[in-house]
Design a protein around this ligand. Sequence first.
Ligand code: NAD
Ligand code: LMR
Length: 327
Amino acid sequence: MNRPKRVAITGAAGQIGYQLCFRIASGDLLGPNQPVILQLIEIAPALDALKGVVMELEDAAFPLLAGVEATADLETGFKDADYAILVGAKPRGPGMERADLLSENGKIFGPQGRALNAVASRDVKVLVVGNPANTNALIAQANAPDLPKENFTAMTRLDHNRALAQLAARTGIHHTSIRQMTIWGNHSSTQYPDLHHTLVAGKPAMEAEGVDASWYESDFIPTVQQRGAAIIKARGASSAASAASAAIDHIRDWALGTDGDDWVSMAVPSDGSYGIEPGVIYSFPCTCENGQWSIVQGLEINEFSRARMDATDQELREERAAVESLL
Ligand code: NAD
Ligand code: LMR
């Protein structure tokens, strides 16, 4: 058996955190030969609830679970962490945009960045889930100057998986036969789900049965963009199990590698690829190998895509400007 990896989770007693703890302890994150130590972080008022989560983790007797720590102290919680999943933040309610959370949630990520900088593994891989995820990741990164900038990422994998599900339903082809899906930009309603490079059973998605320009523009794109709001409306609470599942997909693929010629969508610090503003945390098509992600290069971008990729870039620049004092 390998040395246990330390996985820190903030907001561990919340909806998403509760799902994440059990999936990770059962081996879904890093595979069946990798023991894990969970370092669970909550705010003080939620520590009783977190104690209950720890009791349940003990009662599940997971073979791969090598330890559980629960704390409200960031430096204790992030100590030597190999992975940090930053979930703890307020979810939006009906009628809100995710950016409406920026002033309240943004303040959480500066102190977390500083604590990671002080005590986490020098190669800690960070995934921000708490909304608005992209700009919160930027805040954490800016407050962790000694850690590699590329280790700060935000989650658009849920959007990626939602896009796979919508296309699978439309074409009648199972999502495992769909490859090269792309979400560009912000995890917000300006995100751009792009089918121009996607393959359905090996053939271009834009030519697949049931897919035409009208469905793509008027149905597929808005459905994926608005899926989070639709879940909130239906469930009365924001997505939780699917969000936890996507977070696991994101870290697993980053750590263990993507599959052959397929890619995944990850919000990562822009290096200027595809003309996107350098520095903003923007979702790109990425492949992963040896624990490193790289942006897929050389995709042809048509006028339709260009306008949408720039609009979501513009929103991220505006969010960055709004939190300048926290960077
Ligand atoms: P929740 O309210 O059920 O849980 C959040 C938990 O975080 C609570 O237990 C709370 O006590 C804790 N918390 C708050 N501030 C904290 C802090 N400073 N440090 C540590 N813990 C803290 O919410 P949820 O449904 O689990 O959602 C969490 C966040 O994830 C929300 O911002 C939500 O919008 C976001 N989200 C993002 C995606 C995505 O795709 N990126 C998907 C779903 C939800
Ligand atoms: C989601 O996409 O489900 C989450 O970001 C929650 C939300 O506010 O939509």
